[in-house]
Unconditional design. Structure first.
Length: 204
Protein backbone atom coordinates (compact mmCIF):
# COMPACT_ATOMS: atom_id res chain seq x y z
CA UNK A 1 0.00 0.00 0.00
CA UNK A 2 1.37 3.41 -0.98
CA UNK A 3 2.32 5.95 1.68
CA UNK A 4 -0.16 8.48 0.24
CA UNK A 5 -3.04 5.99 0.56
CA UNK A 6 -2.08 5.21 4.15
CA UNK A 7 -2.06 8.93 4.97
CA UNK A 8 -5.51 9.43 3.46
CA UNK A 9 -6.97 6.45 5.34
CA UNK A 10 -5.39 7.66 8.58
CA UNK A 11 -6.73 11.22 8.18
CA UNK A 12 -10.26 10.06 7.31
CA UNK A 13 -10.36 7.59 10.21
CA UNK A 14 -9.15 10.15 12.75
CA UNK A 15 -11.52 12.83 11.44
CA UNK A 16 -14.61 10.58 11.54
CA UNK A 17 -13.74 9.22 14.99
CA UNK A 18 -13.18 12.63 16.56
CA UNK A 19 -16.20 14.27 14.88
CA UNK A 20 -18.65 11.53 15.86
CA UNK A 21 -17.29 11.34 19.39
CA UNK A 22 -17.49 15.11 19.88
CA UNK A 23 -21.03 15.22 18.49
CA UNK A 24 -22.09 12.34 20.76
CA UNK A 25 -20.71 14.13 23.82
CA UNK A 26 -22.38 17.42 22.91
CA UNK A 27 -25.77 15.80 22.27
CA UNK A 28 -25.68 13.91 25.56
CA UNK A 29 -24.45 16.92 27.52
CA UNK A 30 -27.23 19.22 26.32
CA UNK A 31 -30.13 16.77 26.02
CA UNK A 32 -32.53 16.20 28.94
CA UNK A 33 -31.48 13.09 30.82
CA UNK A 34 -34.15 10.56 31.83
CA UNK A 35 -33.69 7.45 33.94
CA UNK A 36 -36.41 5.40 32.23
CA UNK A 37 -38.34 5.71 28.97
CA UNK A 38 -41.38 3.45 28.76
CA UNK A 39 -45.10 3.30 27.93
CA UNK A 40 -47.97 3.89 30.36
CA UNK A 41 -50.04 0.71 30.27
CA UNK A 42 -52.52 1.18 33.11
CA UNK A 43 -53.90 4.13 35.08
CA UNK A 44 -54.37 3.27 38.76
CA UNK A 45 -55.62 6.70 39.83
CA UNK A 46 -54.78 10.36 39.32
CA UNK A 47 -51.22 10.10 40.61
CA UNK A 48 -50.30 6.46 40.02
CA UNK A 49 -49.90 4.33 36.90
CA UNK A 50 -48.16 1.24 35.57
CA UNK A 51 -45.58 1.03 32.78
CA UNK A 52 -44.67 -1.66 30.27
CA UNK A 53 -42.05 -3.24 32.55
CA UNK A 54 -44.75 -3.97 35.14
CA UNK A 55 -43.45 -1.34 37.57
CA UNK A 56 -45.88 1.01 39.28
CA UNK A 57 -45.08 4.71 39.12
CA UNK A 58 -46.06 7.25 41.79
CA UNK A 59 -45.96 10.88 40.70
CA UNK A 60 -43.60 12.70 43.06
CA UNK A 61 -44.87 15.36 45.45
CA UNK A 62 -48.45 15.51 44.16
CA UNK A 63 -51.60 14.04 45.63
CA UNK A 64 -54.89 13.54 43.81
CA UNK A 65 -58.25 12.57 45.41
CA UNK A 66 -58.82 8.98 46.53
CA UNK A 67 -61.65 6.92 45.02
CA UNK A 68 -64.05 7.98 47.77
CA UNK A 69 -63.23 11.70 47.40
CA UNK A 70 -64.62 14.33 45.07
CA UNK A 71 -62.46 14.85 42.00
CA UNK A 72 -61.18 11.27 41.81
CA UNK A 73 -62.67 10.50 38.39
CA UNK A 74 -61.67 13.85 36.93
CA UNK A 75 -58.02 13.46 37.99
CA UNK A 76 -57.82 9.82 36.86
CA UNK A 77 -59.43 10.59 33.51
CA UNK A 78 -57.14 13.54 32.92
CA UNK A 79 -54.04 11.47 33.65
CA UNK A 80 -55.36 8.74 31.34
CA UNK A 81 -55.89 11.20 28.49
CA UNK A 82 -52.45 12.62 29.06
CA UNK A 83 -50.30 9.48 29.24
CA UNK A 84 -52.21 6.23 28.63
CA UNK A 85 -50.59 4.17 25.87
CA UNK A 86 -48.10 6.96 25.32
CA UNK A 87 -44.37 7.18 25.82
CA UNK A 88 -43.44 8.49 29.26
CA UNK A 89 -40.06 9.84 30.35
CA UNK A 90 -39.24 9.18 33.99
CA UNK A 91 -36.92 11.16 36.23
CA UNK A 92 -36.63 8.73 39.16
CA UNK A 93 -35.99 10.02 42.68
CA UNK A 94 -32.26 9.62 43.36
CA UNK A 95 -32.66 9.66 47.13
CA UNK A 96 -35.11 6.83 47.85
CA UNK A 97 -36.32 5.57 44.43
CA UNK A 98 -39.41 3.95 46.01
CA UNK A 99 -42.24 5.37 48.12
CA UNK A 100 -42.70 4.62 51.82
CA UNK A 101 -44.45 1.36 50.91
CA UNK A 102 -41.42 0.26 48.96
CA UNK A 103 -43.54 -0.74 45.97
CA UNK A 104 -44.03 2.31 43.77
CA UNK A 105 -41.22 4.14 41.97
CA UNK A 106 -41.32 7.87 42.74
CA UNK A 107 -40.84 9.98 39.62
CA UNK A 108 -41.25 13.30 37.98
CA UNK A 109 -42.91 12.27 34.71
CA UNK A 110 -42.78 13.87 31.28
CA UNK A 111 -44.61 13.26 28.01
CA UNK A 112 -44.05 14.63 24.53
CA UNK A 113 -45.81 17.98 24.16
CA UNK A 114 -44.52 18.90 20.70
CA UNK A 115 -41.34 18.67 18.66
CA UNK A 116 -39.49 21.14 20.89
CA UNK A 117 -40.74 20.48 24.45
CA UNK A 118 -41.71 17.83 26.98
CA UNK A 119 -44.67 18.42 29.33
CA UNK A 120 -44.20 17.97 33.09
CA UNK A 121 -47.09 15.69 34.08
CA UNK A 122 -46.70 16.33 37.81
CA UNK A 123 -46.81 20.08 37.32
CA UNK A 124 -49.77 20.16 34.92
CA UNK A 125 -51.86 18.26 37.47
CA UNK A 126 -51.06 20.95 40.02
CA UNK A 127 -51.63 23.88 37.68
CA UNK A 128 -55.04 22.58 36.59
CA UNK A 129 -56.04 21.83 40.19
CA UNK A 130 -56.38 18.08 39.70
CA UNK A 131 -53.80 17.60 42.48
CA UNK A 132 -52.35 19.34 45.49
CA UNK A 133 -48.71 19.59 46.52
CA UNK A 134 -47.69 16.77 48.85
CA UNK A 135 -44.02 17.48 49.39
CA UNK A 136 -41.97 14.49 50.53
CA UNK A 137 -38.34 13.78 51.31
CA UNK A 138 -36.93 13.35 47.82
CA UNK A 139 -34.80 15.16 45.27
CA UNK A 140 -37.73 17.11 43.81
CA UNK A 141 -39.07 20.54 44.66
CA UNK A 142 -42.58 21.10 43.27
CA UNK A 143 -42.29 24.83 43.91
CA UNK A 144 -39.55 25.18 41.30
CA UNK A 145 -40.93 22.93 38.55
CA UNK A 146 -41.29 24.22 35.02
CA UNK A 147 -44.28 23.11 33.02
CA UNK A 148 -42.21 22.57 29.89
CA UNK A 149 -38.78 21.04 29.42
CA UNK A 150 -36.96 21.95 26.19
CA UNK A 151 -35.90 19.21 23.82
CA UNK A 152 -32.76 19.34 21.74
CA UNK A 153 -34.38 20.40 18.46
CA UNK A 154 -33.03 19.77 14.95
CA UNK A 155 -31.52 23.25 14.57
CA UNK A 156 -29.58 22.85 17.83
CA UNK A 157 -28.45 19.40 16.75
CA UNK A 158 -27.17 20.87 13.47
CA UNK A 159 -25.36 23.59 15.39
CA UNK A 160 -23.53 21.05 17.55
CA UNK A 161 -22.77 18.95 14.48
CA UNK A 162 -21.15 22.02 12.93
CA UNK A 163 -19.09 22.58 16.07
CA UNK A 164 -18.11 18.91 16.04
CA UNK A 165 -16.98 19.14 12.41
CA UNK A 166 -14.77 22.13 13.21
CA UNK A 167 -13.29 20.29 16.20
CA UNK A 168 -12.78 17.23 13.99
CA UNK A 169 -10.88 19.25 11.39
CA UNK A 170 -8.66 21.03 13.93
CA UNK A 171 -7.89 17.93 15.99
CA UNK A 172 -7.25 15.81 12.89
CA UNK A 173 -4.77 18.39 11.62
CA UNK A 174 -2.99 18.56 15.00
CA UNK A 175 -2.82 14.79 15.37
CA UNK A 176 -1.62 14.42 11.77
CA UNK A 177 1.17 16.96 12.38
CA UNK A 178 2.17 15.26 15.64
CA UNK A 179 2.27 11.81 14.00
CA UNK A 180 4.11 13.19 10.95
CA UNK A 181 6.72 14.90 13.14
CA UNK A 182 7.08 11.73 15.21
CA UNK A 183 7.62 9.62 12.07
CA UNK A 184 10.19 12.13 10.79
CA UNK A 185 11.99 12.07 14.13
CA UNK A 186 12.02 8.27 14.29
CA UNK A 187 13.22 8.07 10.67
CA UNK A 188 16.01 10.56 11.39
CA UNK A 189 17.08 8.67 14.51
CA UNK A 190 17.16 5.34 12.64
CA UNK A 191 19.11 6.92 9.79
CA UNK A 192 21.68 8.37 12.19
CA UNK A 193 21.97 5.02 13.93
CA UNK A 194 22.67 3.32 10.61
CA UNK A 195 25.27 5.95 9.71
CA UNK A 196 26.93 5.59 13.10
CA UNK A 197 26.84 1.78 12.88
CA UNK A 198 28.44 1.79 9.43
CA UNK A 199 31.24 3.99 10.70
CA UNK A 200 31.82 1.51 13.47
CA UNK A 201 31.62 -1.36 11.02
CA UNK A 202 28.36 -2.76 12.35
CA UNK A 203 25.54 -3.83 10.02
CA UNK A 204 22.02 -2.95 11.14
Amino acid sequence: MKIKTIKIIFIITVFITITFRANYLFINAFSPSFDVVSTATNIVDGDTFDIASGDTIRLADVDTPEYYESGYNEASNFLSELIYNKRVYLDVDDIHTYDTLGKRIVCCVYVDYNSTHYLNVNDILLKLNYARIWDHDNEFNPYTWSLFLPKLDSSTRLKWLGVSLVIGIIMTYLIYRIVLDAVKLITAVLYNLRVYARRKGVNL
